[in-house]
Design a protein around this ligand. Sequence first.
Ligand SMILES: Cc1ncc(COP(=O)(O)O)c(C=O)c1O
Length: 398
Amino acid sequence: MKLNAKLDRLGTETAFAVSAQAKAWADKGNKVYPFHLGDINLQTPSNIREATNRYMNDAKNGYCAPEGIPELRLALAHDVGSKRGVEYGLENVVIQPGGKPTIWKFLATVMNEGDEALYPNPGYPIYESQIGYQGGIPVPYSYNETDTGFEIDMEKLRNSITDKTTILIYNNYQNPMSASSSLEEMQSLAALATEHDLWVLSDDAYFEIRYTDRSPRSIVSIPGMKERTVILYTFSKKFAMTGWRVGASIGPEKVIRHMARFNINDESCTNHFIQHALAEVIREDQSGSKRILSELKSRRDICFSGLNTINGVSLQLPESTFYLFPNVTDVMANKGYTDLDLFRTDALEATGVSFCSRHHFGSPLADEENHYIRFAYSSIEQEDIQEGMGKLKSWIED
Ligand SMILES: Cc1ncc(COP(=O)(O)O)c(C=O)c1O
């Protein structure tokens, strides 16, 4: 009996393998400092938990419409639209079980066999996996390190567009680099999308995970983009709801309508009682996210200062997401490493500090010279961040 040949093209999120390694190390009785997974070890805001219980007890326990309940779709249309300066209605929103399903359902709706899709690399690994699995050609674009963070290599991106390119996947604010586009960068991308008539997936998973008073930006706000852009929206990060699995796809009705048909074929609907609770919270009181952001900011500052004092490590302070992506090229050279994965596993065994490396975020490109690792500080207490950084420093500088 044969298995589906397409399975060879399906990728994975290799960060989960790092979790397994960290767990195996902890199971042997070692203390582990978990910086590897972008999960959140904070409680979901109490108003969301209370409202969810209330609606569950109110018998909202059956199936609901595959595209989501109208109350939540309308609440999101207003909230997401007003925060980006565009107008959305009910028909522009389909509720999803998390942020991730938007990726495959978007591609399944707009991509044809052999189409080329641009995606960030390093980037969230599911883009490359789903483009390839669904018969598209994954075309990576990369970032350059600057004095303030990371910026897209626009010249390379422009040069990689062909007459087969139909899709641009864009993640601002970015995992794993915490890259945050300038207005100029965003405008250049929008101009390319318009010029080449591309569909755009704007992965806005971290749109509201920000540590600055400056308003976040989304490419959909640029004139001409709303018609060609689908937003990946998720409750996972903003409200510490990673395991609840609720999100949405928001975009042109002609795309959203078909994405909803995938809901019918797949999960039937997203959890019903949670949708009622979230509609209430989005309309009435989103303040629970403030406590989460404030804790994440403190963790960012401790993690950044810790890394910054280590000889050979270089990084900039990001204003968004919950990741730090330090350049460890000099550290590796000083310690005699050429293999980034060996460096990572040796660090785990010598210090208990567990992190991902650049290799977990797409296949490295041929011309890459620098080495990077990623620290997620969302699932580790402040005290442990401090302690872990101390251990890492001692080992690196030994
Ligand atoms: C860039 C990016 N997009 C999408 C997701 C998926 O979010 P969710 O957990 O809501 O499916 C993640 C999760 O880490 C992410 O980092």
